[in-house]
Design a protein around this ligand. Structure first.
Ligand SMILES: [Zn+2]
Ligand SMILES: [Zn+2]
Length: 146
Protein backbone atom coordinates (compact mmCIF):
# COMPACT_ATOMS: atom_id res chain seq x y z
CA UNK A 1 0.00 0.00 0.00
CA UNK A 2 1.13 3.53 -0.71
CA UNK A 3 1.73 5.85 2.18
CA UNK A 4 -0.57 8.85 1.77
CA UNK A 5 -0.43 11.98 3.89
CA UNK A 6 -2.80 14.91 4.06
CA UNK A 7 -1.21 18.20 3.16
CA UNK A 8 -2.24 21.83 3.29
CA UNK A 9 -0.51 25.08 2.61
CA UNK A 10 -0.63 28.65 1.47
CA UNK A 11 1.48 31.01 -0.58
CA UNK A 12 3.43 33.63 1.37
CA UNK A 13 0.66 36.27 1.28
CA UNK A 14 -2.18 33.79 1.80
CA UNK A 15 -4.14 34.58 -1.39
CA UNK A 16 -3.74 30.97 -2.58
CA UNK A 17 -4.30 27.88 -0.49
CA UNK A 18 -3.88 24.19 -1.23
CA UNK A 19 -5.33 21.06 0.33
CA UNK A 20 -4.94 17.46 -0.70
CA UNK A 21 -3.17 14.15 -0.31
CA UNK A 22 0.35 13.20 -1.32
CA UNK A 23 1.76 9.71 -1.87
CA UNK A 24 5.14 9.76 -0.15
CA UNK A 25 6.58 7.69 -2.98
CA UNK A 26 5.77 10.57 -5.35
CA UNK A 27 7.94 13.25 -3.78
CA UNK A 28 11.01 14.18 -5.78
CA UNK A 29 13.61 16.89 -6.08
CA UNK A 30 14.29 18.36 -9.50
CA UNK A 31 17.73 19.75 -10.25
CA UNK A 32 17.04 20.84 -13.85
CA UNK A 33 18.28 24.25 -14.94
CA UNK A 34 14.70 25.49 -15.47
CA UNK A 35 13.86 24.73 -11.82
CA UNK A 36 17.03 26.52 -10.76
CA UNK A 37 16.05 29.62 -12.77
CA UNK A 38 12.35 29.69 -11.81
CA UNK A 39 13.10 29.24 -8.12
CA UNK A 40 16.38 31.08 -7.78
CA UNK A 41 17.40 28.07 -5.69
CA UNK A 42 19.62 25.05 -6.46
CA UNK A 43 16.63 22.70 -6.84
CA UNK A 44 12.88 22.43 -6.35
CA UNK A 45 11.26 19.71 -4.25
CA UNK A 46 7.89 18.66 -5.67
CA UNK A 47 5.00 16.39 -4.78
CA UNK A 48 3.15 14.82 -7.72
CA UNK A 49 -0.57 15.19 -7.07
CA UNK A 50 -3.20 13.95 -9.52
CA UNK A 51 -5.94 16.58 -10.08
CA UNK A 52 -8.47 14.53 -8.07
CA UNK A 53 -6.21 14.70 -4.99
CA UNK A 54 -5.75 18.47 -4.89
CA UNK A 55 -7.97 21.43 -4.13
CA UNK A 56 -6.64 24.90 -4.92
CA UNK A 57 -8.35 28.07 -3.69
CA UNK A 58 -7.48 31.50 -5.07
CA UNK A 59 -6.34 32.60 -8.47
CA UNK A 60 -3.05 31.08 -9.59
CA UNK A 61 -1.16 33.06 -12.21
CA UNK A 62 0.30 30.90 -14.98
CA UNK A 63 3.35 31.09 -17.18
CA UNK A 64 3.45 28.67 -20.11
CA UNK A 65 6.90 27.18 -20.49
CA UNK A 66 7.78 25.37 -23.71
CA UNK A 67 10.73 23.00 -23.36
CA UNK A 68 13.23 22.34 -26.16
CA UNK A 69 11.35 19.06 -26.70
CA UNK A 70 8.15 21.04 -27.40
CA UNK A 71 6.66 19.81 -24.12
CA UNK A 72 4.42 22.49 -22.57
CA UNK A 73 4.25 23.06 -18.82
CA UNK A 74 2.22 25.66 -16.97
CA UNK A 75 4.17 27.22 -14.11
CA UNK A 76 1.69 28.33 -11.44
CA UNK A 77 2.52 31.10 -8.99
CA UNK A 78 0.87 33.76 -6.86
CA UNK A 79 0.50 36.98 -8.84
CA UNK A 80 0.61 38.98 -5.62
CA UNK A 81 3.57 37.63 -3.62
CA UNK A 82 5.33 35.57 -6.31
CA UNK A 83 5.37 32.28 -4.39
CA UNK A 84 5.70 29.30 -6.70
CA UNK A 85 2.78 26.94 -6.29
CA UNK A 86 2.98 24.18 -8.89
CA UNK A 87 3.67 23.08 -12.43
CA UNK A 88 1.08 21.23 -14.46
CA UNK A 89 0.37 19.99 -17.97
CA UNK A 90 -1.92 22.23 -20.08
CA UNK A 91 -4.84 19.79 -19.51
CA UNK A 92 -4.19 20.00 -15.74
CA UNK A 93 -4.29 16.27 -15.04
CA UNK A 94 -1.30 16.19 -12.65
CA UNK A 95 0.14 18.91 -10.46
CA UNK A 96 3.73 19.04 -9.27
CA UNK A 97 3.28 21.04 -6.09
CA UNK A 98 6.29 22.91 -4.67
CA UNK A 99 6.64 21.34 -1.27
CA UNK A 100 8.02 24.56 0.26
CA UNK A 101 4.49 26.02 0.32
CA UNK A 102 3.10 23.00 2.21
CA UNK A 103 2.92 22.90 6.02
CA UNK A 104 4.20 19.29 5.98
CA UNK A 105 7.27 20.06 3.82
CA UNK A 106 9.69 18.57 6.32
CA UNK A 107 7.94 15.18 6.10
CA UNK A 108 7.94 15.24 2.31
CA UNK A 109 11.32 13.63 1.76
CA UNK A 110 12.30 13.37 -1.90
CA UNK A 111 12.63 9.67 -2.79
CA UNK A 112 14.31 10.46 -6.09
CA UNK A 113 16.49 13.27 -7.39
CA UNK A 114 15.84 13.96 -11.05
CA UNK A 115 18.05 15.89 -13.49
CA UNK A 116 20.96 15.06 -11.20
CA UNK A 117 23.32 15.83 -14.08
CA UNK A 118 22.79 19.57 -13.51
CA UNK A 119 22.88 19.41 -9.69
CA UNK A 120 24.78 22.17 -7.84
CA UNK A 121 28.05 20.39 -7.10
CA UNK A 122 28.24 21.61 -3.49
CA UNK A 123 24.95 19.95 -2.48
CA UNK A 124 26.49 16.58 -1.65
CA UNK A 125 28.72 18.16 1.03
CA UNK A 126 25.99 20.31 2.60
CA UNK A 127 26.02 18.35 5.88
CA UNK A 128 29.75 18.99 6.38
CA UNK A 129 29.44 22.79 6.44
CA UNK A 130 28.79 25.09 9.40
CA UNK A 131 25.10 25.36 10.33
CA UNK A 132 23.63 27.96 12.69
CA UNK A 133 20.11 28.16 14.13
CA UNK A 134 18.92 31.44 12.55
CA UNK A 135 20.90 34.46 11.28
CA UNK A 136 24.62 34.38 10.38
CA UNK A 137 25.81 35.17 13.95
CA UNK A 138 23.45 32.73 15.77
CA UNK A 139 24.44 29.56 17.62
CA UNK A 140 25.93 26.59 15.80
CA UNK A 141 23.69 23.56 15.44
CA UNK A 142 23.90 20.09 13.96
CA UNK A 143 21.48 20.01 11.03
CA UNK A 144 18.55 17.62 11.62
CA UNK A 145 18.42 14.52 9.45
CA UNK A 146 15.45 12.60 8.11
ZN1 LIG B 1 0.60 35.00 -2.45
ZN1 LIG C 1 13.05 20.84 -12.90
Amino acid sequence: MTDLINVDGKCYCGDISIKGTVALAMVMACHCTDCQKFSGAPFRAVAFMPAENIEITGSVKEYLKTADSGNERLQGFCGNCGSQIHATDPAKTTFMVRTGCLTQFSSLVPVKHIFGSSMAEWLSSIGQKTWVSTGPTSAEITPPTK
